[in-house]
Ligand binder design. Sequence first.
Ligand code: ZN
Length: 396
Amino acid sequence: MSAETLVNTQAEFPPPSEGTRDRRYRLRAAAAKVGYGRVRRCGRKRVSLTVQIRNHDGVCSASGFETCGSIWSCPVCAAKISEVRRQEVRKAMLGCSEAGGAVYMMAFTAPHYRGQGLRGLKDRMGLAWRKMLSGAPWGRLRGDMGLIGYIKGLEVTHGIKNGWHPHFHILFFLEKPLTEQEREKFEWKLFNRWDQIVCEAGSDPCNFAVFKLEQAHTPEAAGDYVAKFGSDYEITHLHTKAAKGGGRSPWALLDLSAKGYQEAGKRFGEYSRAMFGARQLTWSKGLKDLYRVSDPSDEDVAETNHGDVVITLDGKEVDEVQRAGYRCFLAMLRAAETGGAVAVRAFLRDFGLGRRSDDLRAFRSQYYGETDNDDKGEFAGRAPASKRDMAVHGVH
Ligand SMILES: [Zn+2]
């Protein structure tokens, strides 16, 4: 067996105990195959002569590779971007409460059915929101509510029964808290206006029961409400919602794709293409300035490297590790975390020795803590996903 196959075998199957970071890297490797745009090269294509491993609060990462900055398609970049966005939202909410204001949350959705394309549904939602904010009725409602501004978060899930489900999570920043009577009144008015617009566009009526205007009591709640996309919670709870019969996040589709479910891969590809370039978070005009929130782009956030340099390596040396699969690359980062530069050198020496002797078993058991039987885990010996499997997982 060659070194390549020893390390690469079934690299995308989850190791027996998979942490959140391992999962992000595994899913990114899957997105490189079925996703659209720069995610196909994220963390793979080297863009500088050297690679630096940095340590930020005990967690190491490597710079010198292309980063895609895609909140929608890349679980690694999405984590970085979401964390920054959540902090921005928290800062705005704190600013609002300090000035005596209050923040309210409400989700806006529209009826959708299996078989409808995601791009069309997403565009229709965007158009409906633009209509919502136009004309004299909105001006009156805004004045009555004491609306300072809003933040709109776009989220997409995929449901077993009804297909794609793009929806908005809105944070309304108000001048002062509402009484219960006012809250009920505005909940109804907001719903009513949205429902009217959706119906005028030819859709079925919305269900009032799922439209709730609720106060966000903490900055964390506000941040999580609109900017949880790609968060640790979403990545670690891939199947929770689907199990309850609700929609699953696109990461769950990507996970199924990595495990051999081709239809799930196609779905993720459709999603990745449809969402390409779309904004996940939109702040109403002037709101960022009001709360002194800076405005770096998703790409800039994803490319920013934090932490102290542990070691600078020759890029070609790291290419070998990178080509051996994401688990090998993570093992190098873990070596940097536990033993610094000395451990990284030892890792590279052992990796080189293993490659030359064409036997990486000892290397793998030392650095991955695994045996040959761990390669495929629960999927050992399993045939590619059948139609029945797909039905069980709700992929159609
Ligand atoms: Zn990326």
